[in-house]
Design a protein around this ligand. Structure first.
Ligand code: FES
Ligand code: FE2
Length: 365
């Protein structure tokens, strides 16, 4: 439905901060390069602890991170061929989660029925994806389409994000173009206007007008000339549970969201830029350029966002009844979608799992 793009005061529904996820989507869990053949790593999707391993042939597998024998975390084990070996007694599990060998069992004795839950897993866009919901639905659910991936006309900048906050707060930050004020010292955008807003049960589409000025904006392709104001339209699309946006063909962003727990969220973002440098130079220094842009030009923006997002979460936790006023109808629309999807299939965390190593943030493909 079309919604009026008028800014009006509305009370935020705090229940969105308690919303669960719809598990019947593919969620990103790691950059592909983080998991080599023969390695296993722990990941977590909305409290579900999962051991993802790459067998020695390079094939990905994902099992519940709890041994059916005594519950030990399987990610602490080791990969052997196409099996994951539990670290405690060495029981061996195949990719389907079946126990296929107990090293101290007589060879003629039948193995007990011991099965770890297995999850659909795949690798696309330099990202490992896991489907935590009903496995029979996994094949019908598409991943985000990213036509710019592998297109030499674009420079791809992978951006990792980690937030100690509920995913709704993170998603609102991505939809909220009115916070250019926060980034004013970094030559962010200014003069935002909401032009158009559309919402369905799964999507929110918002078009905003924004302006850019300065050398950094010019280098990144956002403004035509550093000394003049360039006004553009940014179209943001939240298609549950992930984001994409486009800035008039000069940049595109795909932000894939991982709700780790009610108070921890990650993002795996692919930003595509048309850099104002000779194409031959861009081609030669592509990986280095991508890292430099992320580390020195974009990370300062993200650091500012993290500070705001985590501040919101702390205040919310201090008083869950506190009332907030929102004026952007796109945020209210986003909250409606999140609550709607929570209602589709409620999934609440049931277990604690090993924390994912923060060093992952330092690694991008
Ligand atoms: S706990 Fe896993 S083999 Fe015993
Ligand atoms: Fe921001």
């Amino acid at each position: 439905m079309e919604l009026a793009p008028t800014l009006t005061g509305q009370t935020v529904q705090n229940q969105v901060r308690e919303a669960g996820i719809n598990p019947n989507y593919w969620y990103p869990v790691a950059w592909s390069t983080r998991l080599k053949a023969g390695e296993v790593m722990p990941v977590k999707i909305w409290g579900q602890a999962i051991a993802v391993f790459r067998d020695t042939q390079g094939q990905l597998q994902a099992l519940e991170d709890a041994c059916p024998h005594k519950g030990v975390a399987l990610h602490k084990g080791e990969v052997s061929g196409d099996r994951l070996l539990c670290p405690y007694h060495g029981w061996e599990f195949n990719g389907a989660g079946q126990c296929v060998n107990i090293p101290y069992f007589p060879s003629d004795q039948k193995l007990p029925c011991a099965q770890a839950r297995s999850y659909p897993v795949q690798e696309q866009l330099s990202i490992i994806w896991v489907f935590p919901g009903d496995p029979s639905e996994a094949e019908q659910v598409p991943l985000p389409t990213v036509p710019e991936y592998d297109d030499p006309n674009w420079l791809m900048v992978p951006i990792p994000g980690k937030f100690n906050a509920h995913f709704s707060i993170c998603n609102e930050n991505t939809m909220d173009v009115f916070h250019g004020f926060l980034h004013r010292n970094l030559q962010g955008w200014f003069d935002p206007k909401l032009l158009h807003l559309h919402q369905t049960d799964t999507d929110v589409e918002a078009d905003y007008q924004v302006s850019y000025q300065g050398r950094l904006s010019q280098f990144l392709g956002m403004s035509d000339r550093g000394d003049r104001v360039t006004t553009r339209i940014i179209s943001i699309r939240y298609r549950y549970p992930h984001y994409s946006n486009t800035l008039e063909g000069v940049s595109r962003m795909y932000l894939m969201r991982l709700p780790v727990s009610p108070t921890e969220t990650r993002s795996f973002t692919l930003l595509f830029l048309k850099i104002r440098l000779p194409q031959t130079l861009v081609t030669v220094v592509r990986p280095l350029l991508s890292r430099v842009i992320w580390r020195f030009l974009l990370k300062p923006f993200l650091d500012q966002d993290v500070e705001m997002i985590e501040s919101e979460q702390r205040t919310y936790e201090g008083d869950r009844q506190r009332r907030y006023v929102e004026v952007n109808p796109a945020i209210i629309a986003l909250q409606r979608v999140i609550l709607k999807q929570d209602g589709v299939q409620s999934s609440h965390p049931t277990s604690q799992s090993p924390h994912v190593d923060d060093s992952e943030l330092a690694s991008i493909p």
